[in-house]
Design a protein. Structure first.
Length: 316
């Protein structure tokens, strides 16, 4: 039986997660902390706290601080390649987190415990094959993320990936990658998605705690100011095009940097961007859509503007 196309912003995603708008804030490492997550949730979306490789005590504190700032649903993103993923997975159960997104691996071994705890699980997938595996393992929805996204990326574009995933699974699909306004959200819905995950637009929010230099780079970026580095390491990342990013790309292309030297240069580079605003040695991970982000607004204004723009185009 084929799924019906969504004709209202009250989708299976809003029903599943208990939110007003089917808009999820990306779980960006070093960026997505409790201030941003709670602001997005209070705005009617779903805010996420980035688990990454965070110490357990830090993540526990972030979850509890988020609970103090919002009584609405929020979630945690767990990178399954993290050395402490097992501890993070259990912490989410212990702290009563109700939404988990995952990346960089298969969450299958945690699924039974998460489902028993009534946690909604939404893995990020870069391919149809992985989407099918996640559905079989018990995922409640999947986030089909195109190569336009910031940070670690796959090869399929959002336009190509989303409709193929929609056709391949019965669970709801959330589109991610290259979405920053109502037009992008409406396009995702026309492809069959029932929600969107957005990262780059929230970098330029008042509540986002990144260094001012990072925000300035985002809002000043043009359409050509993004670059992918690290393909030869097996972990390609999309960045804002800084001198440091161009140095990495040139070294990779010309063979003047070995994969080992590349990794050495980039260790801690995201933290140097987010916390220090260091343009000489920081990696400013950002999506290709940054050229459309030209101002800083509150999360409430961003969420409402995107949703209202999509509703107008979809004539809901």
């Amino acid at each position: 039986m084929r799924k019906r196309r969504t004709t209202t912003m009250k989708t299976r995603i809003t029903e599943l997660l208990g939110c007003e708008y089917p808009i999820i804030q990306g779980g960006m490492a070093w960026v997505a902390e409790h201030t941003l997550a709670s602001a997005v949730s209070n705005a009617g979306g779903i805010g996420l706290i980035a688990g990454g490789s965070a110490p357990i005590d830090y993540l526990r504190e972030q979850i509890r601080l988020c609970k103090e700032k919002t009584n609405k649903p929020f979630g945690v993103n767990i990178m399954l390649m993290s050395p402490n993923a097992d501890d993070l997975a259990q912490l989410c159960i212990d702290e009563g987190v109700k939404v988990i997104t995952t990346g960089a691996g298969n969450p299958g071994k945690y699924m039974a415990a998460w489902k028993e705890a009534d946690i909604k699980v939404m893995p990020v997938v870069p391919s149809v094959a992985l989407a099918k595996r996640m559905e079989k393992s018990g995922a409640d929805a999947v986030i089909a993320e195109g190569t336009e996204s910031g940070g670690h990326i796959g090869e399929n574009t959002t336009m190509c990936l989303v409709p193929q995933v929609v056709d391949a699974v019965e669970i709801p699909v959330i589109a991610a990658g290259g979405i920053a306004d109502g037009r992008g959200m409406a396009a995702a819905f026309m492809l069959g998605a029932e929600g969107v995950q957005i990262g780059t637009r929230f970098l330029a929010s008042e509540e986002c705690q990144i260094h001012p230099t990072f925000k300035d780079l985002v809002i000043k970026a043009k359409d050509t100011d993004n670059i992918v580095t690290g393909r030869y390491t097996g972990h390609p990342c999309r960045n804002i095009k800084t001198k440091f990013a161009k140095k990495l790309a040139t070294g990779e292309k010309e063979g003047t940097l070995s994969p080992e030297e590349f990794e050495q240069l980039t260790v801690g580079a995201l933290r140097r961007a987010v916390v220090d605003g260091d343009v000489d040695s920081g990696s400013f991970l950002c999506g290709a859509i940054s050229g459309m982000v030209n101002d800083i607004k509150t999360c409430a204004d961003i969420v409402k503007e995107i949703n209202d723009g999509a509703e107008k185009l979809l004539k809901i």
